[in-house]
Write a protein that binds this ligand. Structure first.
Ligand SMILES: O=P(O)(O)OC[C@H]1O[C@H](O[C@H]2O[C@H](CO)[C@@H](O)[C@H](O)[C@H]2O)[C@H](O)[C@@H](O)[C@@H]1O
Ligand SMILES: O=c1ccn([C@@H]2O[C@H](COP(=O)(O)OP(=O)(O)O)[C@@H](O)[C@H]2O)c(=O)[nH]1
Length: 737
């Protein structure tokens, strides 16, 4: 394999298996491996790989065993069997009727309903089960494309240790388009259960990261997403082709003779080639309109120019594709009628697929290739055209809306919507000097022969292997074993429990006033605080009034405004921790906070006695973060403490910090007999700061993050699980007395 240490198998999952399968009249099955881009990409991997996918048709129950055997023994493939309804709704319905148009920026063509969504979920679940059944501990799973976006999450639920990578072959649209999707959260969460997510271009990766921030509020960095307890790496891997295949095909006598034949037929003409699936993303109407414009603007091309347009039949059972076929045929007929003559047709239109020999010969004899996609994940035709050029050094005219345009800078770039410009570019390409053509071609050839399909496949798997290890290392603190803590609690003689509040005992909310403690929490704390062996503290940034109101009557210690005020468990009186405090900064800083609040829609400013907090949870997540960074810069050089919270930025008098109160309790004088300390949340003391403490200390962060804590719990619901179990012990102890 590609990385030392990787001894497992690579399980590749794609909607379609790269095998065509046929039942012969004598009842025997025949099968043939196809030579698509993915097959070429994976052939470079030395690892042992298995391919999981759908065979493209419903297979009768009685034939399934035999089909499975043939695919496994002859092709290393494992079939996924889907009923006709699920397959149709999954592939034609949701994948090609919803995701395909939306991801190619055509939201008007989306045809969503719950039924097809359910089939999409079902198909992804069936695929996941097939993988789960064969998965072994050292395996890597590589999931491909928009048909399978939920699979990583479903597979992870079945096999929590699975190491999964995902690659999207089509564009990931701007979050403004993506958010139209009713199931947008499910799709993002589905993908985020991976170690590595790959896209063809930086733009697609950037759009994905933005969607994660805006739609699920995830924290992102340019190379990944922090999601739940993990870091999901996001990378750019532009796919390539297998140039050797084209070089070899070009040398065959059959292709050489076809090249001669075609060159003779089009002698004296300039030939432009178009090879596209008949798909609305390929911009065929735009291409034909530009040809018409070419004849209008440059009538001298009449009789000397042909476009050979191969339109490969595709998805003919989807309405939009049938409409497109009609539109394209009408345009071809009109242009040939207007600019052709007896014996001359400017457009040679073939609604059929062509084999690789014919394709290579067509590429070779053409003076230019015209690719006018209005959106296209990559577009491999562009690369295939380049490697099939020999003497002509034909020019590549390439839409700037293809992924390929980001790496093929030697092409003549076009905006397919600008008909005049495209016509102009065709003329430029066909009249370009030999030197310029050679220079551009060499530049393109250098790129395509270096960034091949196998380079892509190897690069992704290598990165996936690394990412699967880094994901584990990044957060190295272990999860708290709640039951083990409960056992230690049970045996301890005197305990101290201290909790942060927001994000620890209660989840963060859009409105801080809504984060009242639940009755369950108050009841648990009531029992715990009446256990003479247990002392409880809450350390919060909240003000005195709010905390007193929420926890009135409970025998617990409270610290307000991040340590500025303190109330002992048995007392009702608040004490100012640092008695004489200069608060003159408030007058200077208040206008700054007001300024940022006014200029950041959705944010608000909270003024407490000793503390200012600016909340931007409800602001646009990206703008909010930019504004927070800006505000932080303004506060940086002042003799004040800046508190960076979860979607909040606070400032308070220097010299006070959240642990000030706790230090009084456990650092200055450890209460006598204390043998159990549990500190949960962000605002506590590190164990190394405790003076000679013999007992057991647990410092716990909520949410897995890089911290000095000894353990973590995932969220407030897990904190509550722990609190409830401790309450049960205390309750039993108090009753026994
Ligand atoms: O066969 P379909 O289900 O109709 O799928 C359409 C094509 O999907 C794939 O194309 C996409 O991936 C290419 C390689 O990454 C990329 O160049 C292109 O822009 C994408 O649309 C697949 O590679 C094709 O074979 C399918 O025909
Ligand atoms: O009759 C044909 C003509 C072309 N192709 C191949 O189809 C692929 C098209 O890939 P591209 O990325 O350009 O667009 P897609 O069809 O995947 O959207 C290329 O490898 C072509 O060689 C094909 O299979 N049959």
């Amino acid at each position: 394999m590609t990385e030392p240490g990787f001894s497992g198998r690579l399980i590749v999952v794609s909607n379609r298996l790269p095998v065509s399968l046929k039942k012969e009249p004598d009842g025997k099955w025949t099968s043939k491996m196809s030579s698509g881009g993915l097959v070429a990409a994976l052939s470079g991997l030395k690892s042992n790989f298995i391919w999981v996918g759908w065979i493209g048709a419903e297979i009768e129950e009685d034939d399934r065993e035999e089909v499975t055997r043939i695919l496994r023994d002859n092709h290393n493939c494992i079939p996924v069997f889907l009923s006709e309804k699920v397959a149709n709704d999954h592939y034609n319905g949701f994948s090609n009727g919803v995701l395909w148009p939306l991801f190619h920026y055509l939201p008007g063509d989306v045809d969503y309903d719950d039924d097809i969504w359910n089939s999409y979920v079902e198909a992804n679940t069936i695929f996941s089960q097939v993988v789960a059944d064969i998965l072994e501990p050292d395996d890597l799973v590589w999931v491909h494309d928009y048909h399978m976006m939920l699979m990583p999450e479903i597979l992870k639920q079945k096999c929590p240790d699975a190491r999964i990578g995902f690659f999207l072959h089509i564009p990931f649209p701007s979050s403004e388009i993506f958010r139209v999707l009713p199931c947008r959260k499910e799709i993002l969460m589905g993908m985020l259960n991976c170690c590595l997510i790959g896209f063809h271009t930086y733009d697609y990766a950037r759009h994905f990261l933005k969607a994660c921030t805006r739609i699920i509020g995830a924290e992102t960095v340019p190379n990944g997403v922090y999601f739940k307890d993990k870091f999901v790496q996001v990378g750019v891997f532009p796919v390539g082709i297998d140039p050797d295949k084209f070089f070899e095909t070009l040398q065959t006598p059959k292709v050489q003779s076809r090249i001669k034949e075609l060159s003779k037929s089009f002698e004296g003409m300039k030939v432009v080639i178009g090879i596209d699936r008949l798909d609305y993303i390929k911009g065929l109407p735009q291409k034909l309109q530009a040809i018409e414009k070419l004849f209008q603007n440059y009538p001298e091309w009449k009789g000397k120019f042909v476009l050979i347009q191969v339109a490969v039949p595709s998805r003919q059972d989807v309405d939009e594709y049938q409409k497109l076929k009609k539109e394209v045929e009408e345009l071809v007929g009109r242009i040939n009628g207007l600019y052709g003559s007896l014996g001359y047709s400017p457009i040679h239109y073939l609604f059929q697929s062509v084999d690789s020999d014919e394709l290579t010969a067509l590429y070779n004899i053409s003076d230019a290739a015209l690719i006018s996609s209005i959106r296209d994940g990559m577009n491999l035709v562009a690369q295939e055209y380049i490697v099939s050029q020999t003497d002509k050094k034909g020019v590549l005219i390439l839409s700037e809306f293809t992924g390929a345009s980001q790496s093929l800078s030697g092409a003549v770039m076009i905006n397919p919507w600008n008909t005049e410009e495209v016509a102009e570019s065709i003329n430029t390409a066909l009249t370009m000097s030999k030197e310029e053509r050679e220079e551009k071609h060499q530049m393109l050839l250098n790129y395509v022969t270096k960034h091949t399909a196998s380079h892509w496949g190897l690069g992704f798997v290598r990165e996936l292997y690394k990412a699967s290890h880094q994901a584990e290392k990044i957060f190295s603190i272990p999860k708290l074993d709640i039951d083990q803590v409960v056992e230690v609690y049970k045996k301890s003689k005197r305990r101290l429990l201290a909790f942060a509040y927001d994000g620890t005992l209660i989840p963060y909310s859009n409105l801080p006033t809504l984060c009242r403690p639940t009755q369950e929490l108050v009841d648990c704390f009531d029992v715990l605080s009446n256990d003479p062996k247990t002392d409880i503290y809450i350390l919060s940034g909240r003000d005195k009034k709010t905390l007193s109101e929420w926890f009135c009557g409970l025998n617990i210690g409270l610290s307000a405004e991040y340590g500025c005020f303190f109330k002992e468990p048995q007392s009702d009186d608040w004490e100012q921790v640092v008695p004489s405090m200069d608060l003159s900064w408030k007058e200077t800083i208040r206008p700054l906070f007001k300024y940022f609040t006014l200029r950041t829609p959705g944010s608000f400013f909270e003024e407490k006695e000793m503390l200012f907090t600016w909340h931007y949870r409800n602001a646009d997540p990206i703008f909010g973060s930019i504004q927070a960074r800006e505000l932080h810069l303004h506060l940086d050089n002042l003799p004040l403490d800046v508190i960076v919270g979860n979607k909040t930025l606070g400032v308070r008098s220097y010299n006070i910090n959240p642990t000030t109160s706790m230090r009084r309790v456990i650092q200055d004088s450890i209460p006598e007999g204390l043998d159990f300390i549990l500190l949960i949340g962000d605002t506590h003391i590190h164990p190394s700061e405790l003076p000679q403490f013999e007992g057991k200390v647990y410092t716990i962060s909520v949410g897995k993050k890089n911290s000095k804590d000894s353990f973590y719990l995932s969220d407030p619901s897990e904190v509550m699980e722990l609190v409830t179990k401790l309450e049960k012990i205390s309750s039993e102890e108090v009753q026994l007395k």
